[in-house]
Design a protein around this ligand. Structure first.
Ligand code: NAD
Length: 486
């Protein structure tokens, strides 16, 4: 049985309490490993190691050398691509076709992209007139924030964790990462890659465990943590804000969503169906940017519903290493119960179930896994629970609309503001509608097309701050102005 240990100061360690929890394969609900849960002692050791490493060789490395090490980290992930792939797929159940295309390559490229982005960022400078005529020169410099706690979710484990660790290290910080308790494998494997790439001990640390009253809380309340970058549920973000309020710790949050797709009658229907099939069902609907509310202009409503249904019927549920499968299970039995409870609520509240709505029949070896059917509903009012709450499963509700104004209003009628997709071939409409949608990212005629140089984050309850490209600098560095009287 695989033992998954904490990674502290360059070493893999168990934990003084000896406490472990199970690592489960969600495709069949089988135990595939044991994870050592970091208690207060291990979290403290990890934070102290990270703090010490700031003053060690890492803090003194010339920029070019730091960036070259980060390139080696990316190369190290790619060199062990198949190991990362298997680890990610066993933890999440996601199909190999998806993880080999998105999770692992993008997990690796996060180190190169951010290393390259920061090499050429200019700081500002202002010459100030003074009464004596000599003037004063202002210029800004950036210093690392310090010890950054990275708390990450289970849906894209390596990709979302490295999306934080990459820029944090590029900016000269040190990190303590707490991956989700559901997906500890690839973050742990990254420890080996860090050692091989020559990352000094203490720069990258990993502590395993849960949230409240466990590793996550011990980390967010640790007095020597200088900033917390978190991806996860909005209610967890609220708990973390409370936990670090007294110490005024800096936070960067990427939180939940209830993302709309708005499909106009002037869309290219083939593109809209293909894109919406991906945006609703990719990764079994467990993508923060996934579409859960679809608004379709009335003249094409019936055709759109019928075609999305037939497109979703072609999805093939199956094991991660089955080359023909393109949809995996949900992450856990607990999440399956949650998603099924929403499926029930939709029926109770009067939905027309266009597709799915229950548990699929799987083969004997997968029957104990966390499988649910791809599901489409129509006919619910906007006040219905499944239209308002984030479900994080492979499902959507489709609603007709009559005017552009109504579409914008419906899209914005949510406390969340993470992402949206607009489907139209009318360019003016595309600009007009995108500008009015309250979300951190709006895709027109596409979905999940990500340029890592662009700002990423959520409006309203979907986050605090922006990361990506030079925007990550705002969180991972302190910007200081130096004023020199000439
Ligand atoms: P979650 O909030 O349950 O857990 C995320 C992480 O926080 C885990 O590592 C967990 O152990 C930890 N945690 C939980 N409670 C904590 C506490 N009190 N203190 C410290 N740490 C704590 O989220 P999840 O279920 O892993 O992920 C799904 C959620 O993440 C969805 O809401 C999804 O929309 C969101 N998400 C957002 C983005 C984005 O970019 N905005 C990306 C991916 C996922």
């Amino acid at each position: 049985m695989l033992e998954i240990k904490n990674f502290i100061n360059g070493n893999f360690v168990k934990c003084v309490s000896g406490k472990t929890f199970d690592n489960i394969n969600p495709a069949n609900n089988e135990k595939i490993g044991v994870v050592y849960e970091a208690g207060k002692e291990e979290v403290d050791l990890a934070v102290k190691s990270a703090k010490a490493a700031l003053k060690g060789p890492w803090g003194k490395l010339p920029l070019a050398e730091r960036m070259s090490i980060l390139h080696k980290v990316a190369d190290g992930i790619n060199a062990r691509f198949d190991e990362f792939l298997e680890a990610e797929c066993l933890d999440t159940g996601k199909p190999k076709s998806l993880a080999s295309h998105i999770d692992i390559p993008r997990g690796a490229s996060n180190f190169k992209v951010f290393a390259d982005a920061y090499k050429s960022v200019a700081n500002e400078s202002f010459l100030l007139d003074t009464p004596d005529g000599a003037g004063a020169l202002n210029y800004s410099v950036r210093t690392p924030k310090g010890v950054v706690a990275v708390i990450s979710p289970w849906n894209l484990p390596l990709l979302l964790m490295t999306w934080k660790v990459g820029p944090a290290l590029a900016c000269g910080n040190t990190v303590v990462v707490k991956p989700s308790e559901e997906t500890p494998r690839t973050t742990t494997l990254l420890g080996e890659v860090m050692n091989d790439a020559g990352v000094p001990p203490g720069v990258f640390n990993v502590v395993h465990g849960f949230g409240p009253d466990s590793t996550g809380e011990f980390l967010t309340t640790h007095p020597d943590v200088d900033g917390i970058t978190f991806t996860g549920e909005t209610k967890t973000g609220a708990a973390i804000v409370k936990a670090c309020a007294d110490e005024i710790r800096h936070v960067s949050f990427e939180l939940g969503g209830k993302n709309p797709a708005v499909v106009f009658a002037d869309c290219d229907m083939d593109k809209a169906i293909e894109g919406t099939t991906r945006s609703v069902f990719a990764n079994c609907g467990q993508v923060c940017l996934a579409t859960e509310r679809v608004y379709v202009e009335r003249p094409i409503f019936d055709e759109f519903v019928a075609r999305l249904k037939s497109s979703a019927e072609k999805l093939k549920l199956g094991s991660w290493d089955d080359e023909s499968s393109n949809m995996g299970p949900l992450i856990s039995q607990e999440h399956k119960e949650k998603v099924l409870s929403y499926y029930k609520k939709a029926k109770d509240e009067g939905a027309t179930v266009v597709l799915g709505g229950g548990e699929p029949k799987m083969s004997a070896e997968l029957s104990a896994g966390s499988w649910v059917e791809p599901t489409i509903w129509t006919g619910l009012p906007e006040s219905a629970t499944v239209v308002r709450e984030e479900i994080f499963g492979p499902c959507c509700h489709i609603q007709p609309f009559d005017t552009e104004e109504e579409a914008v209003e419906l899209a914005n009628d949510t406390k969340y503001g993470l992402a949206a997709s607009v489907w139209t071939e009318n360019n003016s409409r595309a600009h007009r509608v995108s500008a009015q949608i309250e979300a951190g990212i709006v895709w027109v005629n596409s979905w999940f097309l990500r340029d890592l140089r662009t700002p990423f984050g959520g409006a309203k309850h979907s986050g605090i701050g922006r990361e990506g490209g030079v925007h990550s600098l705002e969180f991972y560095t302190e910007l200081k102005n130096i004023c020199i009287k000439l």
